[in-house]
Ligand binder design. Structure first.
Ligand SMILES: [Zn+2]
Length: 117
């Protein structure tokens, strides 16, 4: 992972949401804008008194769907539910409109062009 990697960039941009210690989340490049939007929305709903304590504990792809775990409130859960649902319709390779597909024992959210790649 080099310094220009979007994951690293987002981790630095929103280091506050990682307790100051960003980690490299294991998701495809197509979800870069989706994750950027999640971090923006979380920033917008965090109350001042929960901001210091909030942290993501895991961000990954599982069975083709984005999974995000955290120690925040129900309002953050609502955002995570939205993001996980949205991830099923966004190609995790190129970011185009996609759907969940299975292939070779793996589930992936992929567009027609990226299917099978
Ligand atoms: Zn694609």
């Amino acid at each position: 992972m080099d310094e220009s990697d979007w994951r690293r960039h987002l981790g630095r941009r929103w280091a506050e949401q990682f307790g100051g210690r960003p980690f490299g989340f294991a998701v495809g490049d197509g979800w870069d804008h989706l994750l950027a939007e999640v971090f923006r929305r979380v920033d917008a709903v965090l109350e001042d008194d929960e901001r210091d304590a909030f942290a993501w504990s895991d961000i990954k792809e599982k069975w083709g769907v984005l999974r995000m775990t955290h120690n925040g409130s129900d309002r953050i859960d609502d955002l995570v539910d939205w993001a996980e649902a949205a991830s099923k319709r966004i190609c995790d390779r190129c970011g185009w409109s996609g759907r969940l597909r299975s292939g070779g024992g793996h589930w992936r959210a992929r567009c027609d062009a990226c299917d099978g790649l």
